[in-house]
Ligand binder design. Structure first.
Ligand code: ATP
Length: 257
């Protein structure tokens, strides 16, 4: 198991966003985390990445408890995420954005940066090369000198994924990566997530695009009103009466069937 969520709950004042939720992610799998609006999916991401502390419960990364760590320590341990609302450095180029993502793995200290020592220059070259390789993987190599804010929406989402990959994650959390994408962009995203899995990276995916979830995920966990209501392979989830009921009763546009 890469990640284990054990009876995790989160209260916001009187609101119970998550209630004793447990699930695990196996090495190399793509796990979907789905549920109607307000089910608690993003809150779960925020707790895994230490942006929020759980009210109770435990989060383990390869058997080690990680709740209580700081967000940058979580990144150093190999968990990285993208956000529902894209968070890029809009005035920087595409290449610079990805180079920023390597930050937590860089070894040169302040002085070697100030004096531009040989080792600093070598490290910069390596970072540059790695960033270019990642841009190749997300099909953005030709845009590497483009300022991020000028990219099309689907490209910005792919850039955010490349920047997350630059920190060498073992576990990548994607929060609604297909939001706002057209059919062609969504298909490219599917292929990209499959390539990420081939790279040996485990993926936890929050997504409302059901066809994408069904064909991309190995397993799916379903939340509703902060509780886990189902867990299993895509086909079983699609035919689960409680899951269908949860989606039919929701006000969103999702269609599970
Ligand atoms: P969506 O699919 O709409 O993004 P979600 O499944 O990601 O929804 P969350 O954003 O995790 O759901 O929200 C779960 C519940 O917790 C909701 O009732 C939400 O209003 C509440 N909530 C989330 N963050 C906070 C907060 N910082 N303060 C108070 N309540 C919050």
């Amino acid at each position: 198991m890469v990640l284990e969520i054990n009876k995790v709950s989160k209260q916001f004042g009187g609101i119970t966003a998550l209630s004793e939720v447990s699930f695990s992610i196996r090495q190399g799998e793509i796990l979907g985390l789905i549920g109607p609006n307000g089910a608690g999916k993003t809150t779960m991401f925020n707790m895994i990445t230490a942006m929020l502390p759980p009210t109770s419960g435990e989060i383990l990364l390869t058997k080690q408890k990680i709740n209580g760590l700081k967000p940058h320590e979580i990144t150093e341990k190999g968990i990285c995420r993208t956000f529902q609302n894209i968070r890029l450095f809009p005035e920087m180029t595409v290449l610079e954005n990805v180079m920023m993502g390597t930050h937590c793995r860089n070894t040169s200290g302040v002085w070697s940066s100030v004096f531009r020592t040989k080792s600093q220059k070598q490290e910069e070259q390596k970072i540059n090369q790695k960033a270019s390789e990642l841009l190749g993987k997300v099909n953005l190599l030709e845009e590497q000198e483009t300022v991020a804010k000028n990219l099309a929406y689907g490209q910005q989402r792919r850039l955010e994924i490349a920047r997350a990959l630059a920190s060498d994650p073992t576990l990548l959390l994607l929060d609604e990566p297909a939001a706002g994408m057209n059919e062609r962009e969504t298909e490219e995203l599917h292929e990209l997530i499959m390539r990420i899995q081939e790279m040996g990276i485990t993926v936890l995916l929050i997504e409302h695009d059901m066809p994408l979830v069904m064909k991309t995920c190995d397993r799916i966990v379903v939340l509703n009103f902060g509780k886990k209501i189902a867990e299993g392979e895509p086909k079983a989830i699609q035919n689960n009466p409680e899951v269908i009921e949860a989606y039919l009763g929701s006000e969103g546009d999702d269609d599970i069937a």
